[in-house]
Ligand binder design. Structure first.
Ligand code: COA
Length: 142
């Protein structure tokens, strides 16, 4: 399997939305939601199989690293378990910044993946998510 990671192009949005619809219960984002954020896609055999959306939340300043937030990460079901999410995360973490993210409390697969990648749990936000209402776990890269 040859995996290519590259910045998303406008033509990728139908593929991204398909993966979102498959992955999330609380309704997919719409294409415009990605505008202004950094979206990286994972491509196998010319097909979009995963994506990661992030953004800078604070610029680097004297003595302080930039801060970034991972907003969204998903992999097409039939491609899961092949380290595609790990590759997308590693690629994101090459951006020099302190990374944060939120994840549903019940999402044990994602929480395990983030811990494996070096994130630690630093907070909880009760009732942060809708459909279904659920606590968010806030994680930060160590
Ligand atoms: C979470 C998600 C992105 C992981 O994608 P993936 O490409 O399958 O992940 P990887 O193959 O890189 O696996 C990395 C780790 O995830 C965990 N993992 C992956 N699939 C798993 C499964 N079916 N059961 C348990 N753990 C699993 C493992 O810890 C794995 O590491 P290991 O292979 O060393 O054991 C994917 O399951 C997904 O799209 N889920 C729905 C959307 C979502 O929940 N996104 C996160 C929102 S915060």
């Amino acid at each position: 399997m040859t995996l290519i990671l590259r910045p998303a192009a406008p033509g990728d949005f139908p593929g991204i939305l398909e993966i979102e619809q498959e992955a999330f219960s609380d309704g997919p984002w719409v294409a415009e939601d990605f505008t202004g954020d950094d979206c990286t896609v994972a491509v196998v055999d010319g097909r979009i199989v995963g994506f990661l959306v992030s953004r800078q939340t604070f610029p680097a300043a004297e003595g302080a690293r930039a801060e970034r937030e991972i907003l969204n990460l998903a992999v097409r079901k039939i491609y899961r378990g092949r380290s595609i999410a790990k590759a997308l995360l590693q690629h994101e973490l090459e951006r020099r910044a302190v990374h944060f993210l939120e994840v549903r409390e019940s999402n044990v697969v994602a929480r395990r993946l983030y811990r494996q990648m070096g994130f630690e749990e630093v907070g909880r936000r009760p009732e942060y998510y809708d459909s279904p209402v659920e606590t968010a776990i806030v994680m930060r890269m160590k």
